[in-house]
Design a protein around this ligand. Sequence first.
Ligand code: DAH
Length: 357
Amino acid sequence: MDDLRKKYLDAIAGAMDESTLEYVRVSAIGKKGEVALKMRELGKMTPEERQTAGPALNALKNEINSALMAKKEGLADAALNERLQTEWLDVSLPGRKRPAGTIHPISQVTEEVTAIFADMGFSVAEGPQIESDWFNFDALNIPPEHPARQEHDTFFMSLPEGADRAPHVLRTHTSPVQIRAMSEQGAPIRVIAPGRVYRCDYDQTHTPMFHQIEGLAIDKDISMANLKWVLEEFVRSFFEVDNVELRFRASHFPFTEPSAEVDIRCSWKDGTLKVGEGDDWLEILGSGMVHPKVLAAAGVDPEEWQGFAFGLGIDRIAMLKYGIPDLRAFFDSDLRWLRHYGFASLDQPNLQGGLSR
Ligand code: DAH
């Protein structure tokens, strides 16, 4: 018994890792281990012998077991200490960067314009991009034979065979939202309607899909003077330049009377566009007093109500404000361009924080 005790306690003390320890456990107190075998011999002993050998063997088994547990704990502690000394983590290191996208200049500028007009009491209205011939043209006082229809370079949807109507169109301007908003909300009304519009045209300042913001203000006594003030206020706020110069040019639109086109003074030095200086003018919007026929088409009584409307090219003013020379690049989805001209997602436009980057 003493030999067994010494043999296994020494083996346990000398074990350097858990697998050696397990091997010692199996050979000592496992089912077929030496101590177990000795216990089996108890059966062959006399009752007197058994009375002393039994408890002694049990005590030995317990002793070996305790030694095993203590050693096991010791080994685990040692392993942990070793790890604590060799491994360490600098929790002050910056995390891995996640690739972050940018806000497209069109989205940014749309938000900026919306914030400025919201401050002047305009809410946002929307309409569909596939529009009926009536909303896009007739209701805006552009009857089928009107020459303005040709100027719009319209994309037509295909017409189902046997259909007894004009084909739908990709809206050529945001003006049909005027009709939809007035039909739904009546007068008085003050809305802007940002969105995509489509025309078959392609060069440095034209793409077949582009963006407009429609403005509409109808009340009892709204005049051209209000229109001029609102637009000047908008341009000053948007470009954040005191010397922005606007030019109101008498013009003609079927849906307004009188009508004015508004240009902004700019220069095109070395392919870079600058606002407020130079000898060039860039047309940014069309405007005027809403034609009585347009009010009537939307169910608003022209004897009682009047007001102004305007249609502003978002892409144009984005090019002007951020010095982007070629409109086509806006829609190329070139990541280098998007990273360069895009905005950080937390760079939210608001009137208090200033609208610039
Ligand atoms: N719809 C016109 C266009 O796309 C722009 C426009 C001009 C809108 C005058 C208006 C307006 O609301 O009054 O060319």
